[in-house]
Write a protein that binds this ligand. Structure first.
Ligand SMILES: NC(=O)c1ccc[n+]([C@@H]2O[C@H](COP(=O)([O-])OP(=O)(O)OC[C@H]3O[C@@H](n4cnc5c(N)ncnc54)[C@H](O)[C@@H]3O)[C@@H](O)[C@H]2O)c1
Ligand SMILES: [Zn+2]
Length: 352
């Protein structure tokens, strides 16, 4: 399946084949270089290695969010110089959101920018981070605070890579699929809410509509002036919970925190928007079944509110939310008073 992103590039979803690489050859680059991380070089590179010239330089970055920083960029830029990468080369970025964001940024700034192709290998990067042209790294303890908007030359999404992805990573990325359905596509929500066993999912049918939702949202609002904020559903409270748990022993994965955030923001949607109690029940029952419940200590409420106030999506001192008026329909730029957010946290705790 091919999705065109404006007139600039295509997202191909389906098995990667010789045809893909023939297309790349047709672009007549002076050379190709591969970026991978220490896991994808082992688990994913062998699946496409046969299509690459034997002398293709492979640059391996350390894995994980903690390495999504300037020091790693420096190492990647140095490795590019060492490999003799010139302006007419193409970088093939093979990895999850961390590697894709960072190597895309590195490619976009090397010698004022070379072309790059994204081959996402996690569920999150397939349906979310590889669509929309946002690239960058964490800096000064602020996530994604240095970066650029820049489109790749193409995105190739092949679910075969998911076979080696740990189950908890799959479940985490799946949160974005649920989110896309809830903000924009009630038909997909009807399909998604029937999925209970993530190990038995046919990803080739679930991924394309989800990618398409993200594509349509970013096409309408490439620079995040309004509609793109709908992608923030579940993330105002979710990010705060994710940051809070970073400082504790048991880390929560992004999608797990966002699932809790989506439950609470759905509750807010019944208070501040027109989401029905029935829909709220259906959403929470489903998310609890997939993600379970994580009690939030009352002693953390103040800190969570402080974290929400710092959210970069706020335009003034009020806390910005995307809420649902119904499954499949979102409203951006809603706000809620701190007392009501605390009520949402208490309501969520009561579900456990
Ligand atoms: N650019 C955007 O619009 C956007 C949107 C959402 C998230 N993000 C970013 O995405 C990042 C998170 O991405 P992620 O969840 O993909 O995490 P990740 O890139 O850290 O990957 C998760 C783990 O899985 C490993 N891995 C990747 N593919 C694998 C495979 N096929 N088999 C086995 N192991 C594999 C990785 O090495 C890593 O250890 C965050 O930094 C976030 O800021 C960006
Ligand atoms: Zn997210």
């Amino acid at each position: 399946m091919t999705l065109q992103v404006a007139d600039s590039y295509k997202i191909e979803i389906g098995p990667i084949s010789q045809q893909h690489f023939d297309w790349l050859k047709g672009r007549e680059y002076s050379g190709w270089i591969v970026f991978a991380d220490e896991n994808t070089v082992e688990d994913c590179l062998p699946l496409i290695e046969a299509y690459l010239p034997e002398d293709t330089p492979i640059i391996v970055a350390p894995e994980g969010e903690l390495n999504k920083n300037l020091e790693t960029c420096r190492e990647l830029w140095e490795a590019m110089f060492e490999a003799g990468v010139g302006r007419r080369w193409c970088a093939i970025c093979l990895g999850g959101g961390v590697l894709e964001d960072m190597s895309g940024f590195v490619a976009s700034t090397y010698k004022r920018g070379i072309d790059f192709l994204q081959i996402p290998t996690t569920l999150l990067s397939m349906v979310d981070s590889s669509v929309g042209g946002k690239l960058g790294i964490d800096f000064n303890n602020v996530k994604n605070s240095i970066g650029v908007f820049n489109d790749p030359s193409g995105v190739w999404i092949d679910p075969m890579f998911l076979k080696t992805l740990p189950a908890r990573e799959i479940r985490s990325g799946y949160g974005e699929i649920v989110k896309h359905a809830l903000i924009a596509d009630s038909g997909q929500w009807d399909q998604v809410k029937g999925i209970t066993d993530l190990e038995a999912v046919d990803w080739s049918s679930i991924i394309p509509p989800s990618v398409n939702i993200k594509r349509e949202v970013v096409l309408e609002d490439p620079f995040e002036k309004g509609l793109r904020k709908s992608l923030n559903f579940g993330h105002t409270i979710g990010h705060a919970i994710e940051s809070y748990w970073l400082e504790t022993e048991d880390r929560l994965f992004h999608g797990e925190a966002v699932a809790a955030g989506m439950m609470m923001e759905s509750w807010l949607s019944t208070k501040l928007e027109s989401l029905s109690g029935e829909d709220l029940k259906e959403i929470t029952t489903y998310l609890l079944e997939i993600y379970g419940h994580q009690s939030v200590p009352e002693s953390a409420f103040e800190q969570l509110l402080t974290l929400m106030r710092q959210d970069k999506k706020n335009e003034d001192s009020r806390i910005n939310f995307t809420l649902l008026s119904a499954p499949g329909s979102a409203r951006v730029n809603a706000t809620a008073e701190p007392e009501m957010i605390v009520e949402a946290l208490k309501w969520y705790n009561g579900l456990g």
